[in-house]
Write a protein that binds this ligand. Structure first.
Ligand SMILES: [Zn+2]
Length: 264
């Protein structure tokens, strides 16, 4: 930001202070995006709600739904925190939410057989529709993937974001559609973006997204990825920040210990 480059005159002190306070709130938000307590962009309690990684299981398991781990339940203060990041421009939440996503990634990788350990990990963002990216002015899942990859590399994993999927123009956002409409909307709507250096050999592909609800989006994305990168019979895995519990009001709707049952 250019400061002091031109003549700014002499605004009243009160206006100057108010302006700086508003600017500081924009640059350094002082309240938790989840529960609004002052002090941090996401307070320790809200971070804690995104440190409970477990398998996400749609109640009506779609055929081809990839093994998916969520860092927490999409309920309580987690909802406004994710929405603040996704829809209200609080891009600084990429760091704590990316950390949660990294935790989910390590959770789903833990399910791989021992031979799978130590392989490079590609975090493939589930792309939003072009219209949604234009409306938001940013690719929030791409930001999450980059933040999570940074966390994972710091922990010693060879992880990097890889934008291998795209949404052809004309595809709608699935928000607000029921499960059947989502499937119809999504069928065949993801296309693989061929990597410049060819298909990844030996890499573990982990789809990443902010929230899983019906599982339809991850199912279609996994299908497209597996079909478009037929380098082997590698399963596509998935990790998300949060899973929508089947019944709202339940902090964690667990069908069995260690499992989120997500809404369908
Ligand atoms: Zn909080």
């Amino acid at each position: 930001m250019a400061a002091g480059g031109g003549r700014v005159g002499r605004p009243a002190a009160g206006a100057l202070v108010a302006g700086w306070t508003a600017l500081a709130d924009l640059v350094l938000p002082r309240t938790c995006a989840g529960c609004a307590v002052p002090g941090d962009v996401l307070c320790p309690d809200c971070r804690g709600r995104l440190a409970e990684p477990r398998l996400a299981e749609p109640r009506r398991h779609p055929d081809g739904f990839p093994p998916t781990v969520a860092a927490g339940a999409y309920s309580g203060p987690v909802r406004p925190a994710v929405l603040a990041f996704k829809e209200h421009g609080r891009a600084e939440l990429a760091t704590p939410l990316g950390r949660a996503l990294a935790l989910a990634v390590t959770g789903v990788l833990a399910g791989l057989p021992g031979a799978g350990r130590g392989r490079p990990v590609l975090l493939v963002p589930v792309p939003s529709s072009t219209a949604a990216v234009q409306r938001r002015g940013r690719d929030h899942v791409g930001e999450l993937a980059r933040a999570a990859a940074t966390e994972l590399r710091a922990a010693g994993l060879a992880a990097r974001p890889a934008a291998l999927l795209r949404r052809p123009r004309g595809t709608r956002d699935s928000a607000g559609l029921d499960a059947a409409a989502r499937r119809a909307n999504l069928a065949g709507r993801f296309a693989v973006r061929a990597p410049r250096d060819g298909p990844p050999v030996g890499a573990v592909l982990v789809l990443v997204d902010d929230v899983v609800s019906s599982g339809a989006t991850l199912t279609e994305a996994a299908r497209a990825l597996a079909a478009g990168l037929s380098s082997g019979n590698e399963p596509v895995l998935a990790a998300v920040v949060a899973a929508t519990p089947r019944r709202s009001g339940h902090r964690v709707a667990a069908r069995s210990p260690g499992t989120f049952t997500v809404r369908t």
